[in-house]
Design a protein around this ligand. Structure first.
Ligand code: SAM
Length: 232
């Protein structure tokens, strides 16, 4: 289960009613039975259930499922619920931060409930793929604003046509412990102005191959290429 650091008290975890109910009623754990708790920031514990909504930490567990590189995905919001899949699959593939992008050709401006939904999906995907951390999903932001806040040295913008080189080749010389930012456009593609703004802030245009991928598929392919390059 995922817990907040505020729920830790020494070697004890103070469970919420929902967590206790899930462990006790749904999973049918009894007093003394063990389960795994994670704080979403990189620490996992083996814990034993107690009565009265608490659990005792047995030991810390070493989790080494993270990629050596830190990946920030800036992905333009696709139509409908397509972003759910982007969050789910990119979390499984090892993304660190996802920035939902409102681009010039993005049709919708999502409701605050959408952000909560994506954060929940990221948490569930991180748990199921045994990630040490839960990726951060930031509130949606315009592309122009988001590129002005990028500090990472290695920054790439995926363009369906006219890229300098394939992403795979571009990241080949990136050192093992680095921060990478990768931007993916919407269904209608980036506008020329957006690509110019990105390249003027040192984003390199990259390709994901000769076939045009859907706005939902492209982030998953980009993450797969990065993960395959840096996986140890
Ligand atoms: N007609 C649009 C265009 O020419 O940009 C297609 C947009 S595509 C459906 C959505 C986004 O996925 C693109 O903006 C780009 O970021 C990414 N993408 C799709 N296929 C790609 C490819 N083969 N190489 C690089 N990026 C790609």
């Amino acid at each position: 289960i995922a817990i907040a650091t505020s729920q830790l008290q020494g070697k004890q975890i103070l469970l919420t009613i929902e967590q206790y109910h899930y462990l006790n009623r749904v999973l049918r754990l009894k007093e003394g039975d063990r389960f795994i708790a994670m704080d979403g920031l990189g620490t996992w514990w083996l814990a034993a259930l107690e009565e009265a909504q608490t659990a005792q930490i047995v030991e810390q567990i070493a989790v080494q499922t993270e990629l050596p590189v830190t990946i920030t995905l800036m992905a333009a919001l696709p139509k409908g619920n397509g972003f759910d899949d982007v969050v789910r699959y990119c979390t499984e593939l090892g993304v660190s931060t996802i920035v939902p992008i409102i681009s010039d050709r993005t049709l919708l401006n999502p409701s605050p409930q959408k952000l909560e939904r994506w954060q929940r999906i990221a948490l569930e995907a991180a748990e199921q793929s045994e990630r040490a951390i839960v990726p951060t999903i930031t509130p949606p932001v315009t592309f122009t604003k988001s590129i002005s806040t990028v500090t990472a040295t290695y920054r790439y913008i995926c363009v369906a046509r006219g890229a300098n080189m394939h992403l795979k080749k571009a990241i080949d010389s990136v050192p093992l412990v680095s921060e990478i930012v990768i931007a993916i456009g919407p269904e209608g593609g980036w506008t020329t102005t957006e690509i110019e703004k990105a390249t003027s802030t040192n984003f390199q245009t990259v390709s994901l191959g000769k076939r045009i991928l859907r706005a939902v598929t492209a982030p998953i392919v980009a993450l797969s290429v990065i993960a395959a390059t840096f996986e140890e």
